[in-house]
Ligand binder design. Structure first.
Ligand code: SF4
Length: 333
């Protein structure tokens, strides 16, 4: 079995979204908290891809930001190559630089994440100079050209500005920049969602080729199960800050267990005409400020019973799959 490069244990992040103190006193309002991530655990083996899926607001992007240290967790641990990284403020200077070099993030909107006033040479070359990985202008230009060519762009693109590229090309520049420090782990937050369908596959294929050639490990965040099917080895389904199912890709797509996973899969057009009975997506994600008691999915679940509305199901092992559902564990579905 391949060793885990990334391990997350009981990770939680709570945001205080209370009104200002004076408003609370005058209007007699209590403090309010959103549990964006609540007790998430998983591991990602070296060279593999774990995809986190779920509707908007389920906490998957917060998990991504917790992993690269953009947020400090409220509870839990993140281990990268055996080293705890959840308390990034306490990690010393050189150790932190090494850590930042080894893990990088690719964002959804390539236009917003690239400085429009910089040429590509500076955008892609900045991490190289920041980390002291090249000496001199010629070496920098050669390295940036090599990175651009590895993502299907040309060396001459060094001299252009971001607005001179299409959306797909801009995302390739983001990938080249992320690869500059030779990271081992990439956190990809909806990297193709802002792109036209026609160029999504090209970018995904580049990412898969780079994974194979460089042995990269990915955490891939997406709301699109068709994309997830293309890139992942393992899939975690999130609902209101919790993992409700964690399974191998083949297993999950062939035999989804959790009613929410089934609902998400049923939303994909059945081009193979399997004839399987489908339940259309029902309802909306509840208000995270006032989540339902018991199983958070029970107001939308066709299999809910009295136990579901009072007792929160825990993520448990069921025939090699981890799933949090009373009906699955009771053998009702
Ligand atoms: Fe549905 Fe109950 Fe399972 Fe929740 S625990 S998904 S409400 S059957």
């Amino acid at each position: 079995m391949t060793a885990a490069l990334v391990e997350v244990r009981d990770l939680a992040k709570t945001f205080d979204v209370s009104a200002p103190w004076l408003n609370r006193v005058v209007e007699r309002k209590p403090r309010q908290f959103v549990h964006a991530v609540d007790g998430v655990s998983f591991s990602i083996a070296q060279g593999k891809t774990l995809a986190l899926v779920g509707e908007s607001g389920c906490g998957k992007s917060t998990v991504a930001r917790l992993l690269v240290g953009l947020y400090a967790p409220t509870r839990g641990e993140v281990l990268f190559d055996g080293q705890r990284t959840d308390d990034i403020a306490r990690i010393a200077g050189s150790e932190l630089r090494t850590l930042r070099r080894r893990m990088q993030m690719i964002f959804q909107d390539p236009y917003a994440s690239l400085n429009p006033r910089w040429k590509v040479l500076k955008i892609v070359g900045e991490p190289l100079t920041e980390h002291g990985l090249v000496g001199g202008e010629d070496a920098l230009r050669a390295k940036v050209s090599e990175l651009l060519m590895s993502v299907g762009l040309a060396a001459a693109d060094c001299e252009k500005f971001p607005h001179q590229f299409s959306g797909g090309q801009r995302q390739r520049i983001s990938i080249a920049r992320a690869l500059a420090t030779q990271p081992e782990f990439l956190v990809c937050d909806e990297p193709t969602s802002a792109l036209d369908v026609s160029v999504q596959a090209q970018v995904l294929n580049i990412m898969k080729d780079l994974q194979r050639s460089r042995g990269l490990t990915y955490l891939f965040i997406s709301h699109n199960l068709a994309v997830v099917r293309h890139v992942s080895d393992e899939v975690g389904v999130m609902y209101l800050g919790r993992l409700v199912e964690l399974a191998g890709k083949r297993e999950l797509f062939a035999q989804p267990r959790h009613p929410y996973t089934r609902m998400l899969l049923d939303a994909i057009p059945d081009i193979h005409m399997t004839g399987r009975a489908r339940t259309p997506v029902q309802g909306e994600v509840p208000n995270p400020l006032d989540p339902p008691r018991g199983c958070a999915f029970h107001p939308r679940c066709p299999h809910a019973n009295a136990r579901c509305s009072s007792e929160r199901p825990l993520l448990g092992e069921f025939k090699g799959v981890r799933v949090a559902c009373h009906a699955v564990q009771e053998g009702r579905i």
